[in-house]
Write a protein that binds this ligand. Structure first.
Ligand code: SF4
Length: 575
């Protein structure tokens, strides 16, 4: 029994290598099983070739035989050149070191996409999918039903087709586009049917999460990964909670640990004859893992059994060089951190992994286009102002036109509406700030600062010199200002900037401001209030970096975070 689906992977690999029959009873719905995620991703790509996250998932369909190292190269290229993954694939022959096999895989994929996109315009979604399964060779792969897992995979596909047929029976239109839209709506509404139920088969090892094990009993149970951070799992960060270090007093042991402890007891009581409790001190990462606190709580003597040198050799022999290389690549955690990285990790370690380790590109959004347009306009405006000639309001609006990013809006009228909002916001901004335009000393100032063994990097939107010779750091925000009131009470990002201003530029920051441009509202915190919190913020940052280095990047799904996560369409753990 495992605490999280991801913890099952190493065991499953060993079962597969040794031909031990097993059944993985995942605690996920049908739409989050790997094979169905593959099919949904392919349909989403047919609907929109620029859907990077789904295209990335498609590269992992085994029959396309994409080389994982080359996929990483494509992702890096797409990020560096600001092109979509599809465009990066199109330019793959120009990317150095790309293997011939990968170029062939891209050719095969493009050929199929072209053919099936044509079909997708007028054929029923089931027809398109059947053609894809045949043309891609995925059907032959899925038809192998030698193991329980392969059988489960096949039955899930059958179940998915039943869903599609239901859609075709009840819906007015039957195309891929309609199906993808309907699927999005229903999954957002929480619909995710159970995977296919397998009939009783031969004896197998049942691998399952503790949530799935409730109410079941087995003669022998192995409860694994009993180390701190895996079981009990790390507590999910509450987006509204103050950082631990900033709390006035210690909180009592939270409900999270109590829930974990309850699950531990659920696991132990599933065993009829024998119970094995296991954990290792090495799950990747730098530091040794500590045994789970639950083992101490039941007064268990922790017996550490070492593998003899000979046995270890056998284990090493079984791991292929390819496995080792891909593991190393997946673990390329950066040593330089930004506030955005910290936030992603607090949201969900898997989100962090998708964005900052694997660099999986995401679709753009009109909110991003809008925010970036305003940031760039103010950057240009203050750059000119710093040269001594303050631009007029008319100049400011002209700069908006030049910097306007017209991408990802829901049509022309939506874009025009947002452009007008931006114009109004900047006019108000100009009126409110015109007496202070001459104070700016830095615009979009990049910095790197050492903190412990780490480096923090960032960009300050603006720094102004105040009348008393001290400095104000301003960070622009778009969106609703009501968030600002809350955020300014714990401006971790701005406090890290203040540390950089002082440490790197040797200037004395006395005021930190979040400026909500749309509503023209600044929220500020003064030195006397932020300085006393600085040590705690540093402690919090260092703790987060340590955790990132040690993390196995297990998902910590949460309704709110998953809803706004850029990777929800490819993530099997989303809520
Ligand atoms: S969808 Fe949810 S679980 Fe998956 S990466 Fe995003 S936040 Fe994490």
């Amino acid at each position: 029994m495992v605490r999280a689906n991801a913890h099952a992977e190493p065991f499953i690999k060993v079962f597969e290598r040794n031909g031990i029959p097993y059944q993985f009873v995942a605690s996920t719905g049908l739409y989050r099983t790997p094979e169905i995620l593959d099919l949904i991703s392919y349909l989403r790509v047919l609907n929109n070739f620029m859907d990077d996250a789904s295209l990335y998932r498609v590269t992992r369909i085994p029959t396309f035989e994409f080389d994982p190292q080359d996929v990483i190269k494509l992702l890096r290229y797409s990020r560096k050149k600001s092109v979509t993954l599809y465009e990066a694939m199109d330019e793959a022959s120009e990317i150095g070191g790309m293997k011939n096999g990968t170029l062939k895989s891209i050719e095969k994929l493009f050929e199929l996409l072209k053919k099936h996109a044509q079909d997708a315009r007028d054929k029923r979604v089931s027809e398109v999918l059947v053609t894809f399964l045949g043309d891609s060779g995925y059907l032959d792969f899925l038809k192998k039903r030698d193991t329980v897992e392969e059988n489960q995979r096949f039955e899930n596909i059958v179940e998915f087709f039943k869903r599609i047929q239901e859609f075709q029976r009840t819906g007015e239109t039957h195309t891929v586009k309609d199906f993808v839209e309907e699927l999005e709506l229903s999954t957002e509404g929480g619909d995710d049917p159970a995977p296919a139920e397998l009939e009783e088969g031969p004896d197998t090892v049942k691998v399952m999460t503790l949530h799935k094990a409730k109410g079941l009993e087995f003669p022998v149970v192995f409860l694994v990964s009993l180390v701190e951070g895996m079981f009990p799992t790390r507590e999910m960060q509450d987006s509204l909670k103050l950082p631990d270090g900033l709390l006035e007093e210690e909180l009592p042991e939270g409900s999270h640990i109590q829930e974990e402890r309850r699950l531990f007891y659920v696991g132990m009581t599933r065993a009829i004859d024998k119970l094995y409790l296991a954990g290792a001190d090495d799950y990747g990462g730098k530091r040794k893992r500590k045994p789970s606190r639950f083992l101490k709580e039941i007064d268990l003597e922790i017996a550490v059994s070492k593998i003899s040198a000979g046995e270890k050799k056998i284990v090493e022999d079984e791991i292929s060089v390819g496995d080792i290389k891909s593991q190393k690549n997946e673990k390329k955690v950066p040593r330089k951190f930004s506030y955005t990285q910290m936030e992603a990790f607090w949201n969900c370690p898997l989100q962090y992994k998708f964005r900052h380790i694997m660099n999986v590109p995401t679709e753009g959004s009109h909110t991003f286009s809008y925010g970036r347009s305003l940031h760039q306009t103010l950057r240009d405006f203050y750059t000119v102002a710093m040269s001594g000639k303050v631009p007029s309001e008319k100049d400011l609006l002209k700069m908006l036109e030049e910097n306007w990013i017209n991408e990802w809006y829901d049509g022309k009228s939506h874009e025009q509406k947002r452009f007008k909002t931006a114009q109004e916001a900047l006019k108000n901004f100009y009126k409110k700030n015109k007496r202070d335009f001459g104070k700016t000393v830095f615009v979009e100032k990049e910095f790197n600062i050492k903190m412990g063994k780490y480096v923090i990097r960032g960009v300050m939107d603006r720094v102004d010199k105040l009348a008393d010779g001290t400095y104000e750091i301003i960070d622009y925000k778009t969106g609703q200002a009501k968030k600002g009131e809350r955020e300014i009470k714990r401006p971790i990002q701005l406090m890290l900037y203040a540390k950089a201003l002082k440490g790197v530029l040797k200037l004395n920051p006395s005021k930190l401001t979040l400026y909500y441009i749309d509503e023209n509202k600044p929220f500020s915190i003064l030195k006397k209030d932020f300085e006393k919190k600085m040590a705690k913020v540093e402690e919090k940052a260092l703790k987060t970096f340590d955790e990132i280095l040690e993390s196995d990047f297990s998902a910590t799904p949460n309704n709110f975070i998953c809803r706004f996560c850029d990777y929800k369409v490819i993530c099997p753990h989303r809520k």
